[in-house]
Design a protein around this ligand. Structure first.
Ligand SMILES: [Zn+2]
Length: 484
């Protein structure tokens, strides 16, 4: 079996792994968007990658023929998506419709929800997507693929064990051992351990030096604010929790004496965090408000059977305008979103939708609400003129940067300053394996060779592996074939 890795090498995310047999048949593991590489060459909305060749030129996708992506010279039998984070599936709209996509049921529903909200994902409509369950065996030509559930910061996350030509490969996708469903990760590790794995492709997101450029960038942005405006940036107070329960406890500690509006930014697919914040709102006796996209995602996941998600809540409607005035729905409003908001009003009454004149009403009682959003900058920008609420802001997502742009943090800090937020809190527990657990996983699976992926610092990986395995680490270049 030949393994080639495109994306995820010296970057967090963008994973694309091509496995091929001597008969020139292949399968693909993940088809992730490379945020950092895209940002290095393109800019939304003025100069986005628009043609397939733009993706090839910048090395975002391996070169291929035709308007839709398909490998030349190989018969591609299927593409597996490990989970529904964009850095693992974001280039699917470019994929040729001949290639069937396999993924978990929850991942499929999340991707469908993204599609319902975003026009730019219309390429997904062409694809055949088939759900699998943990332990299924997918037989695709000479490949047999077993997906096994893992715990990550999104439901429906899987690792894979692939067998072909008498060789065995395991791919972790993204996973963690300190999450609420750690036993699922253990199921994957146990299954891989019992197989005798020749090559393990392993996430190493958290392997980073103390002066990691990502965190240095936060410093740079803060300094910039000082030089530009001669104002100190809001002070960031960080609490890195060791598990989800501690995230809730910390938030309550920080917020229990708050007389202000509480604003929490999180990832709309991080159901564990949404549950935690819901619980925090209840304990603080605050009414929960979710922005429309987060509420929509929560609704879809509840339908799928994800339990204990918020049932009673208010929805902060995204502001839409016509000739400078706010209207309830714009003409290009997504139909499914409109239906969803109609349902919210039917069930909770008109006041459950916060828009237009109701916004000012809302701010009169701001201290009785807790607002959850996946885009705090946008919420701040939608506060009506003349209203200056006091705000306690909590950043509770994995990365300081939203997917749109690294500089969005810059903008968030400016908006916070505009509302006199002098300090804010970061309360979080990572969705990824801690570097100290890498050794534990490798000891258990004991693969012949290991490739670290989904990290900017793979050159440090050797510090975290069992001593006997230092020489088993492979660091292939982008697209370099590994034969196992
Ligand atoms: Zn992920």
């Amino acid at each position: 079996m030949e393994v080639r890795i495109y994306g995820g090498i010296e970057e967090i995310g963008g994973n694309k792994i091509i496995l091929s047999s001597p008969n020139r048949r292949s399968i693909i593991l993940d088809f992730g968007k490379s945020f950092s590489r895209e940002e290095a060459f393109f800019q939304y909305p003025f100069m986005p990658p628009s043609f397939p060749e733009d993706y090839f030129k910048a090395g975002l996708l391996p070169p291929a023929k035709g308007p839709n992506w398909k490998m030349e010279g190989y018969d591609t039998l299927g593409l597996m998506v490990s989970h529904a984070h964009l850095d693992h599936w974001g280039y699917l709209p470019m994929l040729h419709s001949e290639i069937e996509v396999f993924l978990g049921e929850a991942a499929l529903r999340i991707i469908e929800s993204y599609r319902a909200m975003r026009r730019d994902l219309s390429g997904l409509d062409r694809l055949k997507m088939s759900p699998f369950k943990t332990g299924d065996v997918l037989n695709l030509g000479e490949f047999s693929v077993t997906p096994i559930h893992v715990d990550h910061s999104i439901p429906g996350a899987y690792g894979f064990i692939v067998e072909c030509c008498g060789r065995k490969l395991a791919y972790t996708g993204d996973l963690r051992m300190h999450g609420p469903k750690a036993s699922m990760t253990m199921d994957f590790i146990d299954a891989a351990a019992s197989e005798g794995i020749d090559l393990l492709i392993m996430e190493a997101t958290k392997v980073a030096p103390e002066n990691d450029p990502e965190s240095s960038l936060v410093k740079v942005l803060e300094n910039r604010i000082w030089y530009k405006w001669r104002r100190s940036p809001p002070k960031r107070v960080s609490f890195e929790a060791s598990d989800e329960k501690e995230v809730g406890e910390k938030m309550i500690e920080i917020l229990e004496r708050s007389n202000s509006l509480i604003l929490v930014e999180l990832a709309s697919t991080d159901v564990d965090r949404i549950r935690t914040v819901y619980e925090v709102a209840r304990k603080l006796d605050r009414k929960l408000v979710m922005d429309e996209r987060t509420a929509f995602m929560v609704d879809k996941l509840s339908e799928l059977g994800v339990r204990d998600l918020p049932r009673k809540y208010f929805v902060w409607k995204r502001r839409k305008g016509k000739q400078g005035r706010e209207v309830k729905f714009s003409s290009n409003e997504s139909k499914v979103l409109k239906e969803f908001l109609g349902k919210v009003e039917d069930e909770g009454g008109e006041e459950s939708l916060i828009w237009g004149g109701r916004r000012a009403e809302f701010f009169r009682n701001a201290d009785s609400y807790l607002v959850v959003t996946n885009n705090a900058t946008r919420f701040l920008y939608e506060i009506p003129l003349g209203i200056k609420p006091e705000i306690d802001f909590v950043m509770s997502r994995s990365e300081p940067f939203s997917e749109e742009s690294a500089l969005s943090l810059d903008r968030l800090l400016n908006w916070l300053l505009l509302y006199d937020v002098r300090r804010y809190y970061r309360v979080h527990v990572s969705g990824h394996l801690s570097p100290y657990q890498i050794k534990e996983v490798l000891d258990a699976i004991d693969p012949d060779k290991v490739v670290p992926i989904h990290t900017e610092h793979r050159d440090l990986f050797d510090l975290f592996v069992p001593r006997r395995m230092v020489d088993s680490i492979l660091l292939p270049r982008v697209g370099e074939p590994l034969v196992i």
